[in-house]
Design a protein around this ligand. Structure first.
Ligand code: 5GP
Ligand code: MN
Ligand code: MN
Length: 328
């Protein structure tokens, strides 16, 4: 394929081609894991003029700070200016690249993604809408390139796969997902250690913050045409009070989404700019990506988001009215 040719055509070594890898802003486990896994695999093939980055705050969420490949990460400002090849990971649209969008002028841009809403902004687009994670697409490309899966690459891809499948709990956890997980685990990585580090370890303050945010949750059992909606919000002041970093707000959706009386869960997170970054999750009756798209965001059927304005109550009311209007 064209992606294989683009990678095979690279000149390795210290005077070789510059390759810039990018993932989406506010990176999650799939964005970082799929990008850093591919970075490590390329590095092992002698591609040394290789940098990985994402736009915005360079401080990684604590759970990802020890991923293999982080040594290849540079801040946005240190990205290559005119690389021969740009590859994007888990990026559904140019808007998710932030200030790095100018890199799309590179002579070759390869997009690796799994969002159904992907706008195919690359010259080569490897988009698999039914894939559970971008790391599935990365694995397919690595195998077509004949690049081996070592434990470092595998750990990155495992983190990506486990993140986007909710630790192998979501619907897209197919036999193929478990087959990939099996091949990754066979390299010698430890799923127990990785899960504990990535999903089950948090600062005391993050737990206290979660307690407050859960404490102010509101249940509206008749919203979403009787399917029910639960929502809460978290502010920058909550973060400051508990001395926590912004990524902690992104973990709050998980305890909220399990509420039995609600099909839809919403966490409304204040941004440093004073807007609201809204996370929505559905158990299946409602396609929350339709609401997200109408409100200028995007995502998947069961997990989507957008940027909201006003008070948290106003944002929740907006979601509610769009749920009624666009339902099922
Ligand atoms: P999360 O709630 O975890 O931030 O996001 C859930 C899903 O919605 C992810 O797949 C993410 O790509 C998408 N998403 C979240 N916020 C936005 C947004 O503001 N714009 C777009 N296009 N997608 C978003
Ligand atoms: Mn992502
Ligand atoms: Mn993903």
């Amino acid at each position: 394929s064209a992606a294989v040719e683009a990678v095979r055509g690279l000149t390795p070594g210290p005077d070789g081609d510059e390759v810039q890898l990018i993932c989406h802003v506010n990176p999650d486990g799939d964005a970082l894991g799929s990008m850093l896994g591919f970075a490590r695999a390329l590095r092992e093939q002698g591609i040394t003029r290789l940098r990985a980055t994402f736009a915005g705050d360079f401080e990684l969420p604590t759970p990802y700070q020890d991923l293999p490949g982080v040594e290849l990460l540079v801040p946005e400002a240190e990205a290559f200016r005119a690389p021969a090849l740009v590859m994007t990971f888990d990026v559904a649209a140019e808007s998710r690249l932030g200030g790095l969008v100018a890199l799309l002028r590179a002579p070759c841009v390869v997009v690796l993604d799994h969002h159904a809403s992907n706008t195919r902004f690359g010259r080569v687009n490897l988009v698999a809408p039914r894939a559970a994670a971008t790391s599935v697409v990365v694995d397919a490309l690595l195998s077509r390139l004949g690049f081996p899966l070592d434990a470092a690459v595998a750990e990155c891809l495992y983190v990506a796969l486990a993140t986007d499948t909710g630790s192998f709990k979501f619907d897209m956890t197919t036999p193929e997902v478990h087959e990939l997980a099996a091949r990754l685990i066979a390299t010698g990585i430890s799923p127990g250690d990785i899960s504990r580090r990535i999903f089950d370890t948090r600062p005391f303050g993050a737990m206290k913050l979660a307690g407050e945010v859960i404490g102010r949750a509101v249940l509206d059992p008749t919203a979403a045409a009787g399917q029910g909606m639960v929502w809460t919000y978290a502010t920058q002041a909550d973060l400051t009070r508990h001395d926590q970093r912004p990524y902690v707000l992104d973990t709050l959706i998980d305890p909220v989404r399990g509420v039995a009386e609600a099909d839809v869960a919403v966490v409304i997170k204040e941004t440093p700019q004073g807007d609201w970054s809204v996370s929505m999750r559905s158990k299946g009756a409602v396609d929350v990506s339709r609401v997200a798209v109408v409100l200028g965001g995007g995502g998947h059927r069961l997990a989507a988001g957008f940027t909201g304005h006003g008070t948290p109550e106003e944002v929740a009311a907006t979601v509610k009215s769009h749920l009624e209007a666009h339902l099922i």
